[in-house]
Design a protein around this ligand. Structure first.
Ligand code: IMP
Length: 425
């Protein structure tokens, strides 16, 4: 079986899209397993930059089947806009498939998300405001609309009208007729992309094709294992991939955890290794750490190996991909948070609402730019010392290191079992 999972190992924005784009050149199918337009993948190909929110990053790598899986919640407005802009940029979207089991995120979910955030006041979660939580609530409450329902106009109308009537009783105004009209307007563009993606995926697996499951967000935003309640509403960990695309654990070959060489977080919630000083500011500026979806400045800090060990365990990581190493070029020293003062480091503390104090391990920085390195041995010795210590501390080998935004700036290590996949690029 040949599924490679690509999982965010921090709080999202780790550069999964780039790693998937790179690996996808050697794969046949790429599938997104969760989330929706809260994700934002920035992928640079040549002199063009693409911002993807729902369509898997693999679409940029050529004629692949790209699946938006059963575990996702999809805004039709966003999906249509993305299909149009990719098409206008000359990208072939004819093999982008929306699972008939995926849920449709409707305008009132966005209203509900924003209203809930306003009501939380100072305790707001800092959601992306894309309606993700309410869409998953409707799925679990068994009143959602699935993409397959879009083929049946009467069914669409019935679901929207029933839900709008319920919302009206809760004091939330939603115009059922306008929502239905909008869905019908999108129909001709969306319906040809709807498909039984479970069958497609398993046909591909039976034919010996290579499949990549692309995570959205990061493991620390997982609804169960993340820093609850400052999390998203879907399962972002490896276990969620099978549940979100429709395969079992025996189908998985590799689990690649993607982490930045430092750490970032958007929205509220614990971030023990956060830097609130000019070092953090420098990371933000050098790394252009502003959200793809919301434009919000990302919080920045040192890489956290307590969290990464936890993430490695929960996801069964077999490899690490470390991105944006070049952002740390020129720092006098770089640090790694390897423990929390007074807290057991076997796992993440249940509640990190009280600030936990990071225990920092310090490393000499490097002045020589890493951006030109094409092999691990070409990295400055201080950078290698930092990465070697990171791999040893987390207990997972680092198989990919990115040193810039180009496809050519991803160093693939000789021992990377996924090298075979990448080398077909
Ligand atoms: P939601 O997913 O919009 O409900 O947001 C919940 C939390 O997850 C907030 O802290 C968001 O900033 C965060 N979040 C959701 N999607 C992403 C992402 O793709 N990257 C980084 N953070 C995200």
């Amino acid at each position: 079986m040949a599924i490679t999972l690509v999982i965010g190992a921090q709080w999202g924005d780790e550069g999964k899209g780039r790693i998937v784009d790179f690996l996808a050149a050697g794969a046949d199918v790429v599938g997104r397993f969760g989330g929706g337009a809260n994700a934002g993948h920035t992928v640079r190909v040549g002199d063009k930059t693409y911002k993807l929110r729902i369509v898997p990053s693999g679409v940029l790598a050529g004629a692949l089947d790209c699946i938006i899986g059963p575990g996702t919640v999809v805004s039709l407005d966003q999906f249509v806009e993305e299909l149009r802009s990719l098409g206008a940029a000359g990208i072939d979207v004819s093999r982008v498939w929306l699972s008939d089991l995926a849920h449709v995120l409707l305008p009132y979910h966005i209203e509900q998300d924003r209203a809930a955030e306003r009501a939380r006041g100072d305790a707001a979660l800092g959601t992306t405001g894309n309606g993700i939580g309410p869409a998953y609530v409707d799925r679990v409450a068994r009143r959602g609309m699935r993409a397959g329902d879009l083929r049946d106009r009467a069914r669409v109308r019935a679901i929207v009208e029933r839900r709008c009537a319920e919302l009206a009783r809760e004091g939330i105004g939603a115009d059922a007729a306008a929502i239905v009209a909008r869905i019908e307007e999108h129909g001709p563009m969306v319906v040809p992309h709807i498909r039984d993606t479970v069958a497609l995926l398993h046909d591909a697996l039976r034919a010996g094709k290579r499949v990549i499951a692309e995570g959205a967000q990061g493991a620390l935003l997982d609804v169960t294992f993340g820093t609850y309640p400052y999390v998203t509403s879907s399962s972002t960990v490896a276990g969620g991939a099978g549940a979100g695309l429709g395969f079992g654990p025996t189908a998985v070959e590799h689990v690649i955890g993607v982490a930045k060489a430092y750490a970032t977080r958007v929205g509220a919630g614990p971030f023990p290794s956060e830097l609130l000083d000019d070092v953090g500011e420098r990371m933000r500026e050098r790394g252009a750490e502003y959200g793809t979806v919301t434009g919000r400045a990302r919080r920045t800090g040192w890489i956290d190996t307590v969290a990464l060990r936890y993430v490695a365990a929960v996801n069964g990581l077999t490899h690490l991909a470390i991105t944006k190493l070049d952002v740390l070029d020129g720092f006098d020293q770089v640090c790694m948070c390897t423990g929390y003062d007074g807290a057991p480091d076997a796992s993440l503390p249940f509640q990190m609402s009280a600030p936990v104090k990071p225990v920092l391990r310090r490393f000499a920085g490097w002045t020589q730019p890493t951006t030109g390195a094409r092999a691990y041995g070409e990295l400055p010795p201080q950078a290698r010392a930092y990465l070697d210590a990171l791999a040893a501390d987390v207990g997972v080998p680092i198989s990919y290191v990115s040193v810039g935004p180009e496809r050519s700036q991803i160093i693939v290590r000789e021992d990377a079992p996924a090298k075979a996949l990448a080398s077909r690029a």
